[in-house]
Design a protein around this ligand. Structure first.
Ligand SMILES: Nc1ncnc2c1ncn2[C@@H]1O[C@H](COP(=O)(O)OP(=O)(O)OP(=O)(O)O)[C@@H](O)[C@H]1O
Ligand SMILES: [Mg+2]
Length: 407
């Protein structure tokens, strides 16, 4: 009996030990599982994050795809803003429409603003920056040109005249007021290629501390009807904004050629541009701080309407340089060169009868090239002799090409 009691007590002990052991085991297991669970949960969370990220990316790509697949927008100009959020626009193809405007346009719509239109409803969906952005139309704006009168050789008389007609009205408008005359409005520089017309215009802009706005005549000829005229209008508007300023229209003959009766539609567009130019010049305040300088190689083909008083009323002839002028130009273009010894400018000038300033610049450059080819660091007189032969000795047509190449 006792035995069996002992036995059962022992069994009970064993059992409780076993249970304790088992509980410990289970607790350990529980801990491990809890760890594993935490890990899995972390993984789940990061996977969910990733999913959100991917979803966002998919949405972005999808909307980009939509955007790219969307129909193109038309460009129009606001003519008038009506009271009820409706707007009168002129589409780029010509006709005028009354359309609705999106409420989400941040910029205020004013007459003249460029806007983007939905193709079907022509509703305004966005405002565009003003097209006065000069780079778009090949205008070149130089806030402060670096060319000065000293860089121009042999054109003293022309510089004098340009100073009177451009500088004086800009710097001392009261002189003209006192005498009671209006200063000339526009100055036309004409002469063969490479004689310094563009150079002169830049020098005047620097000397008067004006903004220099250069546009080449051919840039004003646009593909679509009315575009050229609008460009001229914007050009003058911009010049007024930036005043004091000088508008320099280079190669004026591109738009200023005589108007003929038998004209193609392309010619008519060129003429419309010219007429806008004439109108803008007429509407211009003479004592104002915007000056117009034109340049051309062919004053003979210019429309007489451009040359009448009140427009380009001062013609300045820029001829090919004389002997004395060539000596000066040679000195200007060799002044920055590393010369082995003094260069005989007179000799070069004598050899370059009929050459333009640009030709002489080309000679200086060629002489430098000869020195580089011979692996010398300084330029000798012999280099110049070779260069003169190379540039002036060329057939006439090529020399002229060189001239315009450096324009
Ligand atoms: N009188 C001059 N003095 C100094 N350099 C000159 C002179 N004339 C021309 N050059 C040189 O020739 C280059 C071309 O001149 P520029 O651009 O003024 O010619 P352009 O008369 O406008 O010719 P184009 O009619 O072909 O436009 C200038 O950059 C300048 O280095
Ligand atoms: Mg030029």
């Amino acid at each position: 009996m006792e035995d069996s009691f002992d036995e059962s007590e022992k069994k009970g002990n064993d059992f409780s030990e076993y249970l304790l052991d088992r509980v410990r085991q289970l607790e350990e297991r529980n801990l491990k599982l809890r760890d594993a669970n935490r890990k899995v949960e972390n993984e789940k969370r990061s996977a969910e994050n990733q999913k959100v990220r991917y979803e966002r990316e998919v949405r972005k790509l999808r909307s980009e795809l939509e955007r790219l697949k969307g129909p193109p927008l038309l460009v129009g100009t606001v003519l008038d803003v009506l009271d009820d959020n409706r707007v009168v626009i002129k589409s780029s193809t010509g006709p005028k429409f009354v359309v609705n405007a999106s409420q989400f346009i941040e910029q205020e719509l004013i007459a003249g603003a460029r806007v983007a239109l939905n193709q079907q409803s022509l509703a305004i969906v966005g405002a565009l920056p003003p097209s006065k952005d000069p780079t778009v139309y090949g205008m070149e704006i130089i806030e402060t040109p670096t060319v000065s009168y000293d860089d121009i050789g042999g054109l003293d008389g022309q510089i004098q005249e340009l100073r009177e007609t451009v500088e004086l009205p800009l710097l001392k408008p009261e002189l003209f007021k006192r005498v009671g005359i209006e200063p000339p409005k526009g100055v036309l520089l004409y002469g063969p290629p490479g004689t310094g017309k563009t150079l002169l215009a830049k020098a005047v802009a620097k000397e008067t501390e004006s903004v220099f706005i250069r546009i080449v005549g051919s840039e004003l000829v646009q593909k679509y009807i009315g575009e050229g005229a609008r460009l001229v209008r914007e050009l003058f508007e911009m010049a007024r904004d930036k005043a004091p300023s000088i508008i320099f229209i280079d190669e004026l003959d591109a738009i200023g050629a005589k108007r003929l009766d038998s004209a193609t539609s392309g010619d008519r567009e060129v003429q419309r541009t010219l007429m806008q130019l004439l109108a803008e010049m007429d509407g211009f305040e003479n004592r104002g701080d915007v000056k117009i300088i034109g340049a051309t190689n062919r004053s003979d083909i210019l429309d007489p309407a451009l040359l009448r008083p009140g427009r380009f009323d001062r013609l300045i002839d820029i001829p090919l340089p004389t002997y004395e002028a060539r000596v000066e130009i040679v000195k200007i273009h060799t002044s920055g060169m590393n010369l082995a010894h003094e260069i005989d400018a007179k000799k070069i000038a004598k050899l370059t009868e009929g050459a333009s300033g640009a030709d002489i610049k080309a000679i200086a450059m060629e002489a430098g090239m000869f020195a580089i080819r011979a692996e010398r660091e300084s330029v000798t007189g012999a280099d110049f002799d070779d260069a003169v032969r190379k540039v002036v000795g060329m057939p006439n047509a090529e020399t002229q090409q060189l001239g315009s190449m450096f324009a």
